[in-house]
Design a protein around this ligand. Structure first.
Ligand SMILES: Cc1cc2nc3c(=O)[nH]c(=O)nc-3n(C[C@H](O)[C@H](O)[C@H](O)COP(=O)(O)OP(=O)(O)OC[C@H]3O[C@@H](n4cnc5c(N)ncnc54)[C@H](O)[C@@H]3O)c2cc1C
Ligand code: FES
Length: 336
């Protein structure tokens, strides 16, 4: 059984088999729809079903509450068709420059950046490169079909090795292994590049970058890409952490601001202790943005980190005038 899907307003069509995920079928058909976690948790792929019915699959209530379902919304990374559908959603320009690949890689280096943050450097097979956009992520493909997502921290031009910033999760199976058992030279397999969280280079709006913890990784990739490509839009980078150790590349971020007059760096600690010797900003990082901006209408925002921070920033920034379609985010959700 197959169903016809029509995307609005573009009028693009594609077909899906019964049980096939709507997002995957759209991507396979060459239509790029916004997405992040691909496990029904971040809400990036939310779209409105104008006609027809869907099965919401493993969509999580946080990203798709009951009232949103009643209003016809669906998460396309989880939903399957139960009839022909007409779906209203934003489409992004397709590009053949960044094909999705499955690749083996070797762990080249493991360096602790903080007690709970590891820099993992990956080497690709000889003569292989991963073409990606600054801000995108890869998914490790583990035994038993499990997947774990991590953002690329290196900029696309600096692609001799891939770099990831991996935070240790209490009770986490993969990140626990990274910190406790993993050895240099271990072979992993990943799929990528994934996601639509990347720098929109066609815009010339001033940018606010917002990162919580290892949410720094894709922001680092974007800022280094922007510097490399001589993009001189004003950029303010707010990086939040509980304590100073969590700003594990503070000197690097400060060096961007020192060397480039269009870049500002505003580190913010929420639980600074005496040992931190902190004289900088305190509180929640997205609140610091609100304290500094009465009106966000002219800005573009790129936010990355814990889902709670992303949700709060989206709501509060839009209520300060930020257009909803100028808020780009990757929420660091767990695999379903
Ligand atoms: C697009 C994307 C990009 C990401 N990029 C990065 C990155 O660059 N750096 C980084 O550090 N992290 C990143 N993450 C988060 C990272 O993928 C997770 O931290 C990782 O998958 C955890 O794997 P694990 O096997 O260690 O934990 P798991 O074994 O999957 O689970 C960890 C712990 O969380 C609990 N848990 C599981 N599911 C949930 C849930 N839904 N809610 C609450 N608790 C739960 C489990 O009980 C367990 O204790 C990203 C996530 C996404 C979606
Ligand atoms: S909820 Fe669908 S991509 Fe995150």
């Amino acid at each position: 059984m197959t169903y016809q899907i029509t995307l609005q307003p573009s009028g693009h069509h594609y077909s899906v088999a019964a049980g096939e995920i709507l997002l995957e079928a759209a991507l396979d058909a060459g239509f790029v729809l916004p997405y992040g976690c691909r496990n029904g948790a971040c809400g990036s792929c939310r779209a409105r079903v104008l006609e027809g019915t869907v099965d919401h699959g493993k969509s999580q209530n946080g990203a798709l509450p009951e009232n949103a379902r009643r209003e016809g919304y669906a998460l396309l990374c989880c939903a399957t068709a139960q009839s022909d559908l007409r779906i209203e959603c934003r489409e992004l320009a397709a590009s053949s420059e960044y094909p999705l690949k499955i690749m083996p890689c070797r762990v080249q280096e493991l360096t602790k950046l903080a007690d709970d943050v590891m820099l993992m450097t990956l080497k690709l097979p000889v003569n292989e490169r991963l073409a990606f956009r600054a801000g995108q992520y890869i998914e490790f493909m583990l035994k038993g079909g499990a997947r774990r997502a991590f953002s690329l921290a290196n900029a696309p031009h600096d692609d001799g090795f891939l770099q990831l910033h991996i935070r240790k999760i209490d009770g986490g199976s993969f990140t626990g292994h990274v910190f406790e058992g993993m050895q240099v030279k271990e072979i992993l397999r990943f799929e990528g590049p994934h996601g639509t969280f990347h720098l929109r280079e066609e815009s010339n709006k001033p940018i606010i970058f917002l990162a919580g913890g290892t949410g720094f990784a894709p922001i680092k990739s974007m800022v280094e890409h922007a510097i490399h490509n001589q993009i001189t839009r004003p950029m303010k980078f707010y990086w939040g952490s509980r304590n100073r150790a969590g700003l594990y590349m503070e000197a690097l971020a400060q060096s961007w601001a020192d060397a480039h007059s269009h870049i500002e760096f505003i580190p913010v600690l929420s639980e600074a202790g005496e040992g931190d010797q902190w004289r900088g900003r305190t509180g929640l990082v997205h609140q610091a943005v609100l304290e500094d901006h009465a009106d966000l209408a002219a800005y573009q925002v790129y936010a990355c980190g814990a889902p709670g921070m992303i949700d709060a920033a989206r709501i509060d920034f839009c209520s300060r005038g930020l257009p909803a379609d100028e808020f780009f985010a990757d929420a660091f959700t767990f695999a379903a």
